[in-house]
Design a protein around this ligand. Structure first.
Ligand code: ZN
Ligand code: ZN
Length: 592
């Protein structure tokens, strides 16, 4: 009897295990179906975005930003959120767990943005169609015929779009109104010049003759609508009686926006306080290096007693060590193999030799802001390589070039390459693409992505990269690091603590050693955006602290390469999610 019972129990557990495995599998299957439903609804609600990405099935008229449409939108998101919450996240595959958390955040934050943040009432620059049309027209993945047809469809709604905008705006901020008034010129150019030119060059069969006529009148109506909006903005700015809203969003909105945008384990205030503390520590470290190097660079000058003055002199002196303007791109190209070799020698992270990185001159259409960037294959274009875009300095005057080259001097250029390329953004992207999912590509976490790139700068120096140029390299790194620390202080102080313009400029020029123009630009930016400036430092802090925690916990078993590879294996998930999944995996291993 006993034996029999035993067998039955054994059979049952066996059956149960199989059953559970199937349940887990089918959860993932059902989840995949859910994602499909999600995307269908999402693209239907965002047809302009869909069109610009080449998702021609969903492209049609633009979604009008009317209050009733927004109500419909939030209702859809609420229903999707309800469906999402029926899944038990920990029963899904690791890749789907990430998608789950990203979707949950996307849905809840979209609802919050519409219902609570309400930028559509106070930010006139949020009504901007030039960007959407531009993305569409330059998307080489779609045939010219198709692009012409999509533009033709979308154009029809332009007048209603701007009419809805005027209706929505109640009490704008002056700063966003000024921005909108400046940006609207790009919209006028789009409808008056770019779109007509595009159609002239479009193949004959793209539109029928009748459609071409309608296209002409739609363009005219669109141009008129944009000009009307432009005049309306100008009138608001001229009118002395216009009531403005403050550009500072205040603590309550700030905390919530930080929660949704950054997805951090820290609150905004915690990160702010950490940044304030870090600024002091960085100044101390920089002063120490400055004293250490003083005699080497200024044998005949007495070191000023004021630390910040001395640090500034040292930074300026080291910045003179830079490449020639014509050798800028070549210098970057030549540095990459050195980074690759160092990573191999020190066993820092696996680099896939089948995923090469191509350094190229930034294509014309992407230029505008000088600098360097990584462009990975687009979401729907799998087969092209990753490019490291570097803008040549050809358009600069001698003076501009010199100032730029001093900023990206010999030391800084190496830090830039670590950040953008190896093992920063480019390496993270390669890992991220190994578990390809549309959710991760579209809603990836910015703080994790930027945090990783910033983390690698420090990690590489700690591992001894450029040992022969330390401590100079460290001093430059600290200056670079000080920028993201002060960005965080600036952002929080401006929006929550009423920091004045003068205080902001002092912070950036005196404490972060920035030039006056850079500081002024940053002050413009902080009035127009919120929270984004915190993403770099928050991401870095969270990743660095997590690594230190792991080191402590694992002791001798801690392995830097394993840590990096595991950390990168979850795609661009928020860091707290990654921590959770890493811990779960460790627990699983311990049980075995
Ligand atoms: Zn020079
Ligand atoms: Zn970056």
């Amino acid at each position: 009897m006993l034996v029999k019972t035993g067998i039955i129990i054994l059979l049952l557990t066996g059956f149960f295990n199989v059953y559970m495995a199937q349940a887990a599998q089918s959860q993932d299957k059902v989840f995949e179906e859910f994602k499909e439903t999600f995307w269908k609804q999402y693209w239907q609600l965002n047809p302009g975005y869909a069109a610009s990405l080449g998702l021609t099935d969903y492209a049609g008229k633009l979604m009008l930003p009317t209050v009733s449409n927004m109500k419909k939108e939030t209702k859809s998101y609420q229903q999707l959120l309800k469906k999402l919450h029926k899944f038990k996240s920990d029963k899904l595959s690791v890749s789907n767990q990430t998608d789950y958390s990203l979707l949950e955040n996307t849905l809840s934050s979209s609802i919050w943005y519409i219902n609570t943040f309400k930028a559509y009432q106070w930010d006139p620059s949020s009504y901007n169609l030039a960007g959407i049309f531009d993305l569409l027209l330059t998307n080489e993945d779609i045939s010219k015929e198709k692009r012409a047809q999509l533009a033709y469809n979308m154009l029809e709604s332009v007048p209603d779009y701007f009419a809805a905008a005027r209706k929505n705006i109640e009490r704008p901020t002056r700063e966003h109104t000024e921005l909108a008034a400046a940006q609207i010129k790009a919209n006028i150019t789009m409808f008056e010049k770019t779109l007509p030119n595009f159609m002239e060059q479009a193949p004959n069969g793209a539109l029928t003759d009748a459609e071409r006529n309608i296209y002409g009148s739609r363009l005219k109506a669109a141009t008129e609508a944009v000009k009307k909006y432009s005049k309306w903005l100008e009138d608001k700015l001229k009118n002395k009686k216009t009531e403005w809203r403050s550009f500072r969003i205040g603590k309550e909105l700030y905390d919530r926006k930080f929660y949704f945008d950054i997805q951090s384990g820290y609150t905004a205030e915690q990160i702010f306080l950490k940044a304030v503390e870090e600024k002091t520590i960085l100044h101390q470290k920089m002063a120490k290096i400055t004293t250490q190097l003083w005699k080497k660079y200024f044998p005949d000058i007495l070191q000023p007693e004021d630390d910040k003055k001395a640090i500034k002199m040292m930074i300026d002196r080291l910045s003179l060590n830079h490449v020639d303007r014509n050798g800028f791109i070549e210098a970057i190209r030549q540095q990459l193999p050195t980074l690759v070799q160092f990573i191999k020698d020190k066993s820092i992270v696996y680099l896939d030799p089948k995923k090469p990185l191509e350094v190229r001159e930034t294509p014309e259409y992407m230029r505008g802001v000088a600098g360097a960037s990584i462009s990975s294959p687009g979401v729907f274009e799998k087969s092209r390589p990753t490019y490291y875009n570097v803008t040549p300095l050809t358009d600069y005057t001698a003076e501009q070039a010199e100032s730029y080259l001093r900023e990206y001097n010999h030391y800084m250029l190496q830090i830039l390459n670590i950040h953008e390329a190896i093992p920063g953004h480019y390496v993270q992207l390669v890992y991220s693409n190994q578990s390809p999912s549309l959710v991760k590509s579209i809603f990836g976490n910015g703080a994790m992505v930027e945090g990783w790139a910033c983390y690698t700068e420090r990690m590489m120096l700690e591992e001894g990269y450029g040992a022969e140029q330390q401590p100079e390299l460290w001093l430059m790194y600290y200056k670079w690091n000080l920028r993201i620390v002060c960005n965080t202080i600036l952002d929080y102080s401006t929006h929550v603590l009423d920091m004045t313009e003068q205080q902001a400029i002092n912070l950036l020029t005196q404490d972060a050693f920035q030039q006056a123009t850079e500081a002024q630009e940053k002050w413009q930016r902080v009035q127009l955006t919120q929270v984004q400036l915190c993403s770099y430092y928050t991401g870095l802090t969270e990743i660095y602290d997590w690594r230190e925690e792991q080191k402590q916990k694992l002791g001798k078993q801690f392995n830097l390469r394993n840590f990096h590879e595991q950390f990168l294996s979850y795609g661009s998930s928020p860091v707290p999610e990654i921590k959770k999944m890493m811990l779960a995996e460790q627990e699983k291993k311990n049980k075995k």
